[in-house]
Design a protein around this ligand. Sequence first.
Ligand SMILES: [Zn+2]
Length: 197
Amino acid sequence: MTGPLPSRRRLLKGAALAALPSALLPTARAQAQARAVDYPLAEWRPASTSNYTGSNRPSTYPVRYVVVHVTQETYTSTLSIFGDPQKKVSAHYVVRSADGHIAQCVRETDVAWHAGNWDYNTRSIGIEHEGWVDRPEYFTHALYEQSARLTASVCDRYGIPKDRAHIIGHHEVPGADHTDPGPYWDWVRYIRLVNFA
Ligand SMILES: [Zn+2]
């Protein structure tokens, strides 16, 4: 992103936009954004292609779970980590604490590396929430509400039951050595919001 030369892709995109009448630009941009994300309210902030496995879900693997995470990093740092090809980690979505803004980093067709368990990675959507397991002030109403809407959308689109057997914490993934989302995550509130989203 910060290199001296624009990428070929960026040049091509620029050329394509330049060919359009200026009055159509906002619509064209909106349509391009809509195609890039699976959840219309998300902003596309792609992870490095070194940090997930390309796939063609749900043909390749059924999507059966939503895995809830807490980042232990800021929203901005999390996006940087997912963009770093050395880090070997990613999630499909990251939800920002202050306002519930959502970034999509990996397409839902692809297998993000978030659960620490290949079988669960292949069969889940991973959602990271900005915050720390021991700092409940990060779990704002906006974060719960916007995340719940996202999870409801995922469940509706893949036919996933909106319950605790299918919407699970990272700590519930077999073999996981992580504790997130931790004891302050309000599961009752979250599942209720998902069901009434
Ligand atoms: Zn986690």
